[in-house]
Write a protein that binds this ligand. Structure first.
Ligand SMILES: *Cc1c(COP(=O)(O)O)cnc(C)c1O
Length: 380
């Protein structure tokens, strides 16, 4: 298999079967649940779809390795399948893990309800305060779980310090890099052990597939694959095809989303209908310097507090869609107090900095001027 020097070229070409199947420029979808035996003797090597061995899976695995700079990769039926299998396969009852505050809601409830029931203890730490981590360690601490950019306030934990801390204390470092994408940041190159993605978001990028990914060392990915084949959350070959197609334009999309977000953040920051903007690319953001030193781009997610009536703003917007999820080509808006963080009381929300008038924006790839004017009109 050829390797390519740049992310952009890898996104288009890496992983393509050699030789191309019947010369097809776009790899066909393999609608086969099983494949003829070639003398395999181990269960994990059987030509059966749940074991992730179809040509569509293998192509994606090779591409994901190339773009995240991992030794091995696995696609899964959703981001939560990647996260749950990636965590469960490293842990057993009696283990303890450290987890960054402000996690994605699904991961939060998986840890606090499901993993807890299976006897795994956890402790939340302030990802931005490395000095506070040491005295949370226990003899049975196995793993530190972080997210590159938090939802919805776009905070960035002390990533370099986290890698060092894990090395020093012999912990597995695991990170959800959904919001950053490999275009803006490649956690494995900084020293993280395992990266997970909700490929539903930027990696696929067209709001039409549910998928997840795990990338890292061969040992950790093999462990995840082993458990995932038993849990059975295998990505369907049709979804593999769509994800592979989406990945080809990841860099183009994310660069446009980065620049749309930067332009909108700047326009909102000077608008009288806006009290505060959270975007790592702004000098006013508490983690701006960290983002500047670690990231190639500041991402396509931002949030802001408005002093206007949120429902009226939503009604007046004509381009963005009021909808959950993120990372697609369409600009989406949500109100976290009524969606992702609706399960918390206003006081709990206030404690973690999520105001009731906070609006989260997932930037799409629309024309920036047309989009910004739509926001400014809706806010005045
Ligand atoms: C959406 C999301 C997930 C969950 O992914 P699914 O594909 O919905 O299972 C996990 N982490 C982050 C940061 C997400 O945005």
């Amino acid at each position: 298999m050829p390797t390519y020097k740049t992310l952009e070229t890898s996104l288009v070409h890496a992983g393509t079967p050699e030789p191309r199947i019947e010369g097809a420029v776009s790899s066909p979808i393999f609608c086969s649940a099983n494949f003829e035996s070639k003398g395999e003797t181990s269960y994990q090597d059987l030509g059966y779809l749940r074991l992730n061995k179809s040509p569509n899976h293998l192509e994606l695995h090779r591409k994901l390795c190339a773009i995240e700079k991992g030794d091995a990769a696995l696609v899964t039926a959703s981001g939560m399948a990647a996260i749950s299998a990636g965590l469960m396969c490293q842990l057993q009852p009696g283990d303890h893990i450290l987890v960054q505050d402000g996690l994605y809601g699904g991961t939060f409830t998986f840890l606090t309800e499901d993993l807890r029931k299976w006897g795994v203890e956890y402790e939340f730490v302030d990802g931005g305060d490395p000095d506070s981590w040491g005295n949370r360690l226990r003899k049975n601490t196995k793993l530190f779980y972080l997210e590159t950019i938090s939802n919805p306030l776009t905070r960035i934990p002390a990533l370099e310090e986290a890698v060092e801390f894990c090395r020093e204390h012999n912990l597995i470092s695991m990170i959800d890099s959904t919001f950053a994408t490999p275009v803006n940041f490649q956690p494995l190159t900084l020293g993280f052990d395992l990266v997970v993605h909700s490929a539903t978001k930027y990696l696929n990028g067209h709001s039409d597939v549910l998928a997840g990914a795990v990338v890292g060392s061969t040992e950790l990915v093999q462990k995840t694959l082993h458990l995932q084949t038993h849990l059975g959350a295998t990505l369907d070959p049709h979804a593999c095809f769509l994800l592979n197609r989406g990945l080809k334009t990841l860099s183009l999309r994310v660069k446009q989303q980065n620049s749309n977000a930067a332009a909108l953040a700047a326009a909102l920051e000077s608008h009288k209908g806006v009290d505060r903007v959270y975007y790592p690319g702004l000098k006013s953001h508490p983690d701006h310097e960290r983002a500047q030193s670690l990231f190639k781009g500041y991402g396509g997610m931002l949030s802001f507090e408005t002093n206007q009536d949120v429902d009226s703003v939503f009604r007046r917007l004509t381009i963005p869609i009021v909808a959950p999820s993120l990372g697609g080509v369409e600009t989406l808006v949500t109100r976290p107090a009524h969606t992702s963080h609706a399960g918390m009381t206003p006081a709990e929300r206030a404690k973690v900095g999520i105001a009731d008038n906070l609006i989260r924006v997932s930037l799409g790839i629309e024309d920036p001027d047309e989009l910004i004017n739509d926001f400014l009109d809706a806010l005045s």
